[in-house]
Design a protein around this ligand. Structure first.
Ligand code: ADP
Ligand code: MG
Length: 789
C-alpha cells in the first residue's frame, strides 16, 4: 500500500505579451517546497481580491513556468504516475484551471506541432514502450473515453457519435455494486494492442468532443473529459491478474459564470460546469477536513467516476493550469487556493490483484495432469479417477478387519493411493453416522472399550456388584468384631497376672481339668491360633482345619473364627476327627487286651483249681489229711492270676475313660455343626443391619439400586452359598493381593497405594495387623471396582 497526498503541480501558460511580468514570481530557492507568489496589481486592489493584501503565496510540488515544454511536463508529472500504473496501482492526473489556461493543451496537447503532444499521447507512448520491453508479464490494454457534459455521461468512443446528435446517443450511467464499486454502463472499452491503436482512439474521441465557442476562448471546452487507460498484467502461468487504471482528466473551465459574460444556453452550460466543479470542490473540502465521515461523491457524476482518485485507492496528481494575465489574476488565485486544499487529501493506493477463475481452472487442470503423469511414472500404473468395484470391496473388508482387530497397534494399510485413503475415511464416516442413527455407542467409545479390556457383560457386572456388596459387609462385620476383641484385650490387661492366667486357662481349655489329654490339645490349639499372626496364615490354617468351609470367603472365615472364640469357649476349635480315630483304635486294642486278660484270668483260675484237686487226690491216696508243705506251683499260679486281674482292671478303667472321651468327641462334632449354624444366623443378621445402616453400603448404593432390606433379610444374595462360591471363584483370580501380597504388606504401604475413596467409609481399629487385614479387603474391593470400570 502506498499512502500519499495528492501531488499538486502548477503550470503557467505562456503569455502573448511581456507586459505580464511582475504579476507573479516563482520561488525555486526553497528547494523542498517551491512556491508561487502572485502579486496583486494596484489597479486591481478595489476588485475581487482583498485589496489589503498585495501578494499571495502558494506552495506546489513543483511549478512549471511559461517556458516548460510538454516533454518536461510529461517527464516530471506524468511519467512517475505511468510507472506506478505499470506496477499495478491506479493513477489519476487531472488538470484544473479556468478556460484557456492550457488544460487541454497539457492533457491532450496542441494539434499544430508534434512536440506539442500532451500527457495522453506521451503516456500512451511510454506505456506501450514499457510493455514491449517487459517480457516477463503479459499485458492487456484497453481505452475508454468519457465526456461529462451537463451532468450526463457520453462515450466519446461510441462510433455513432458522428452520425447522431448528442441527445440521441446512449448516456453513460453509473452503477454501484454491493461493494460500492462504480461501474459505468454504456461506456465502451476498446482493446489497444499498440500505441498507434490507442492514439487512434484518442483522436476519435477528441473529434467527438463537444465543442462550443465561448467569448473567452475560441477552442475551449465546457465539458469534462476522462481518458482512461486500463492496464491488466499477469505473469505467464499465474492466475493472478493485476488491474490498474490511469485516468487522464481534462476538466471544464473553473471560472465563475459572472465572468463568462454569456447568456441563454451558454449560461446553462456554464452553470452546470460550475455546479459540477462545485461538487468536486465539496468533495475535496470534505476529504481535506479531518473526521468527516460522509464524502458527497454521489452529488455529481464526475465525483462519482473519480471517487477512487479522490481519497481512495489511487495515486493522484493535479495540475493547476494558470493563465497569469492581469485579467485572470482572481481566477488564478482561486485555482491556487483550490490546489492547496487538494494537497491535503490523502490517498491510499493498493495493488489491485485478483484471481482469474478461468485462468485458475486452466492452471489447476494442467497441474493435475502433470501430477498424474508423474505418479504414473513413479508407480508404473495409470490410475483412473474412480476405484473399481473389486477395489472398493477389498477396502471395506480391510476396514472391517481393522475395526475388529483388538490389537491397538493394528493399522489400516491401503498404500499410497489417495483415492483409497479418501474412500476409507468416507466409509468410516458412514459407519459412524449409522451407529449414531441407531442410538448405539459410538465407534470412539467402542474403540475406548477395546483399548481397555473386553467389555464386561451385564451379568458379570451384577456378580461383581454383589461381591463388592458382600465384601463391604464383611469388612464392617470384621471391624465391629475386632473392635470388640480389642476392647476385651484391654479389659484383660487390668486383671492381675494370676487372674490373667486363670482367665487364659478358662478361655482356652475346652477339656475338663481331669482329662489327661485335655491340656495338651488345648495348649496346642491355642498356640496355633496365637502364633498365626498373619491373616493369610490364619486363613490357610482355618481352611485346613475346617475343610467344609473352603467355599467360605476369607472374611467370613475370619469372622467365624472370632465368633467361635466369643460364643463357644468350652468347645475346642481343633479338628477332633483324628483324635476320635485314635481313641477308637486305642479302645479297640484295649478291648482286645481286656478280653485276652479276661480269658487268661479264666485259664489261670482253671489251672489253680486243677492243681488244687490234684493235691487233694494225692493226700487221700497217701492218707494224709492236709498237705504238710504248701504247693509252690499253685502259689505261682495264684500270683499270676492276681497280676492279670490288676492289668485287667487298669485296662478296663482306661477303656471306660476312652469311652467317655469318645462320647465327648462325638458330642463336640455335633456342637461344631450347631455353632456353624448359629454363626450363619448371626452373620445374616449382622449383614442385614449393615445393609441398612452402614455408610460403606450406602456409598455403594449410588452405583445401582439395591435390594430392599426386607427382601435381603429373606434371602440375601450376599450370604447365600451361591455368592460365596462366586467369591471363591472370582477373588483368587481377580484379587492376587490376598494370596501373594497380603502377608508382606504393612498397613502403611497399603495406605500409600490405596485410592482414597473406599477407606473413608471403613472404620479402622487402630491395630496395625487388624487394619492391614481390613485394608487387604478394601484393596480387593478396589481391584474389583477397577475391573468393573
Ligand atoms: P483550456 O483547455 O484550459 O481551455 P487550452 O488548452 O485550450 O485551454 O489552451 C488555450 C490555448 O492556449 C490553446 O490555443 C493552446 O494551444 C494554448 N496554450 C495553452 N497552454 C499552452 C502552452 N503551455 N504553450 C503553448 N501554448 C499553450
Ligand atoms: Mg480545454
Amino acid at each position: 500500500m502506498v499512502k500519499q497526498t495528492i501531488q499538486i503541480f502548477a503550470r503557467v501558460k505562456p503569455t502573448a505579451r511581456k507586459q505580464q511580468q511582475g504579476i507573479y514570481s516563482v520561488d525555486e530557492d526553497e528547494k523542498l517546497i517551491p512556491s508561487l507568489e502572485i502579486i496583486l496589481p494596484r489597479d486591481l486592489a478595489d476588485g475581487f481580491v482583498n485589496n489589503k493584501r498585495e501578494s499571495y503565496k502558494f506552495k506546489f510540488q513543483r511549478i512549471f513556468d511559461q517556458d516548460a515544454n510538454q516533454e518536461t511536463i510529461f517527464e516530471n508529472i506524468a511519467k512517475p504516475v505511468a510507472e506506478s500504473v505499470l506496477a499495478g496501482y491506479n493513477g489519476t492526473i487531472f488538470a484544473y484551471g479556468q478556460t484557456g489556461s492550457g488544460k487541454t493543451f497539457t492533457i491532450t496537447g496542441g494539434a499544430e506541432r508534434y512536440s506539442d503532444r500532451g500527457i495522453i499521447p506521451r503516456t500512451l507512448s511510454y506505456i506501450f514502450e514499457q510493455l514491449q520491453k517487459d517480457t516477463s508479464k503479459i499485458y492487456t490494454t484497453h481505452i475508454s473515453y468519457l465526456e461529462i457534459y451537463n451532468e450526463c455521461g457520453y462515450d466519446l468512443l461510441d462510433p455513432r457519435h458522428e452520425a447522431s446528435s448528442l441527445e440521441d446517443l446512449p448516456k453513460v450511467t453509473i452503477l454501484e455494486d454491493p461493494d460500492q464499486n462504480i461501474h459505468l454502463k454504456n461506456l465502451s472499452l476498446h482493446h489497444a494492442t499498440t500505441e498507434e491503436e490507442a492514439l487512434n482512439l484518442l483522436f476519435l474521441g477528441d473529434t467527438n468532443r463537444m465543442i462550443a465557442e465561448t467569448p473567452m476562448n475560441q477552442a475551449s471546452t465546457r465539458s469534462h473529459c476522462i481518458f482512461t487507460i486500463h492496464l491488466s498484467s499477469k505473469e505467464p502461468g499465474s492466475a493472478t491478474v493485476r488491474h490498474a487504471k490511469l485516468h487522464l482528466v481534462d476538466l471544464a473551465g473553473s471560472e465563475r459564470v459572472a465572468k463568462t459574460g454569456v447568456g441563454g444556453q451558454l449560461l446553462t452550460e456554464a452553470k452546470y460546469i460550475n455546479l459540477s466543479l462545485h461538487y468536486l470542490e465539496q468533495v475535496i473540502i470534505a476529504l481535506s477536513e479531518k473526521h468527516r465521515s460522509h464524502i458527497p461523491y454521489r452529488n455529481s457524476m464526475m465525483t462519482s467516476v473519480l471517487r477512487d482518485s479522490l481519497g481512495g485507492n489511487c495515486m493522484t496528481t493535479m495540475i493547476a493550469t494558470l493563465s497569469l494575465e492581469k485579467r485572470n489574476i482572481d481566477e488564478s488565485i482561486s485555482t491556487c487556493r483550490f490546489a492547496q486544499r487538494v494537497a491535503l487529501i490523502k490517498n491510499e493506493a493498493v495493488l489491485n490483484e485478483e484471481i482469474d477463475p478461468r485462468l485458475m481452472i486452466v492452471r489447476l487442470q494442467k497441474e493435475i495432469q502433470e501430477l498424474k503423469d508423474e505418479l504414473a511414472i513413479v508407480t508404473g500404473e495409470q490410475r483412473p479417477e474412480a476405484l473399481t468395484e473389486a477395489e472398493l470391496l477389498q477396502l471395506e473388508k480391510l476396514i472391517t478387519s481393522f475395526l475388529e482387530d483388538q490389537d491397538p497397534e493394528s493399522r489400516l494399510e491401503v498404500g499410497a493411493d489417495m483415492r483409497k485413503i479418501h474412500h476409507c475415511f468416507h466409509h468410516l464416516k458412514k459407519l459412524l453416522n449409522d451407529k449414531k442413527i441407531h442410538g448405539k455407542s459410538t465407534v470412539s467409545s467402542e474403540i475406548k472399550d477395546q483399548d481397555c479390556q473386553e467389555p464386561l457383560k451385564e451379568e458379570e457386572y451384577k456378580k461383581l456388584r454383589d461381591i463388592l456388596q458382600q465384601r463391604d459387609n464383611e469388612i464392617n462385620i470384621l471391624v465391629n468384631m475386632l473392635k470388640k476383641e480389642k476392647k476385651k484385650a484391654q479389659d484383660a490387661l487390668h486383671l492381675s497376672s494370676v487372674d490373667r492366667n486363670e482367665f487364659r486357662h478358662s478361655q482356652s481349655s475346652p477339656f475338663p481339668p481331669g482329662n489327661p489329654e485335655g491340656p495338651r490339645t488345648s495348649s496346642s490349639a491355642s498356640t496355633q491360633v496365637q502364633d498365626a499372626s498373619t491373616f493369610g496364615y490364619r486363613s490357610t490354617l482355618l481352611q485346613r482345619k475346617t475343610g467344609m468351609r473352603e467355599e467360605m470367603s476369607l472374611g467370613r472365615q475370619e469372622a467365624f473364627e472370632i465368633f467361635k472364640r466369643d460364643h463357644a469357649d468350652s468347645v475346642t476349635i481343633a479338628d477332633n476327627k483324628q483324635i476320635l480315630k485314635q481313641r477308637f483304635s486305642e479302645a479297640k486294642a484295649l478291648g482286645e487286651n481286656i478280653n485276652e486278660a479276661r480269658s487268661k484270668i479264666g485259664r489261670l483260675k482253671e489251672e489253680i483249681t486243677q492243681r488244687h484237686l490234684q493235691q487233694v487226690a494225692l493226700g487221700i491216696s497217701e492218707n494224709m489229711a492236709e498237705p504238710s508243705v504248701p504247693d509252690l506251683l499253685e502259689e505261682k499260679l495264684r500270683s499270676q492270676l492276681e497280676e492279670e486281674k490288676k492289668r485287667y482292671k487298669t485296662m478296663f478303667i482306661r477303656l471306660k475313660a476312652l469311652k467317655v472321651e469318645i462320647e465327648h468327641l462325638q458330642l463336640l462334632d455335633k456342637a461344631k455343626v450347631k455353632l456353624q449354624k448359629e454363626f450363619e444366623a448371626w452373620w445374616a443378621e449382622e449383614a442385614t443391619s449393615l445393609q441398612v445402616n452402614s455408610p460403606a453400603v450406602k456409598s455403594l448404593s449410588h452405583m445401582k439400586p439395591f435390594q430392599t432390606p426386607g427382601s435381603q433379610h429373606q434371602e440375601s444374595p450376599l450370604l447365600s452359598n451361591k455368592s460365596d462360591v462366586n467369591a471363591g471363584k472370582i477373588l483368587p483370580s481377580s484379587c492376587p493381593i490376598l494370596h501373594s501380597q497380603e502377608q508382606n504388606r504393612t498397613s502403611a504401604s497399603l495406605d500409600d497405594s490405596l485410592p482414597a475413596r473406599p477407606t473413608s467409609s471403613i472404620p479402622l481399629t487402630g491395630d496395625s495387623q487388624t487394619d492391614s487385614d481390613i485394608l487387604a479387603f478394601i484393596k480387593a474391593r478396589q481391584s474389583i471396582l477397577q475391573k468393573k470400570c
